[in-house]
Design a protein around this ligand. Sequence first.
Ligand SMILES: [Ca+2]
Ligand SMILES: [Ca+2]
Length: 242
Amino acid sequence: MRTGALAAAVLAAAALTAAGAAAQGAGSPDGLRAAEYSVSSTRYGHDALGPGHEWAMLALHRADGGTLFYRNDREIVFEDTAPRLVDADGDGDLEALVVESSHSKGSRLAVWTGAGRLAATPFIGRRHRWLAPVGAADLDGDGRVEIAYVETPHLGKVLKVVRLEGDRLVPVAEAAGLTNHRFGDPFIQGRIATCDDRATILTADADWRRVIATTLSGGALSSRDLGPYRGAEGFDRLAGCD
Ligand SMILES: [Ca+2]
Ligand SMILES: [Ca+2]
């Protein structure tokens, strides 16, 4: 890349990072190295994450140096803390996990590559019905990556696991009574950790009283109680978990 073009690209990236929420990562040439939301929008007006977390644009910085700026149509905003860079298809480069919300149909989880949107779940079906991603990992040890999120974390509180197969996000398993977000908080709680050598989804229970560890095996989720919930930081220091 010519020096002038590089400087312009760096400036554009810096401006977007300042304006939006950023995620960083490494990747191979056709994957992503970074992604961020930008251009805060007030059109949807849900404020599940507090004011200023609904976005009109997604910037995808490819590992080969190119950047794709995607402006969603007026019907859809990005409603999220930051894109998560994950290797959703296990091919060694990184895709972006994002939450998109339709004015009439609520949220869906989507996977974007450096070429555009690859796959998405169905919209939840109602305006102002949101989902909060947990993360992605090989949860059952079969070599394929699964993606976990909580659908309607303030209402139905259903943990869902899907897997990217080609250009589809295919349902794998779900479990009710788990949550990872309180309405209005600008952050999502919980994570995927390794607990007792197993990939484990950490969330709260539906009443925010207990920390719950959930694992996937044989296409089914099973949960166990890890003790009292002691705030968002508590998910980072649990006995037996990395
Ligand atoms: Ca990949
Ligand atoms: Ca797997």
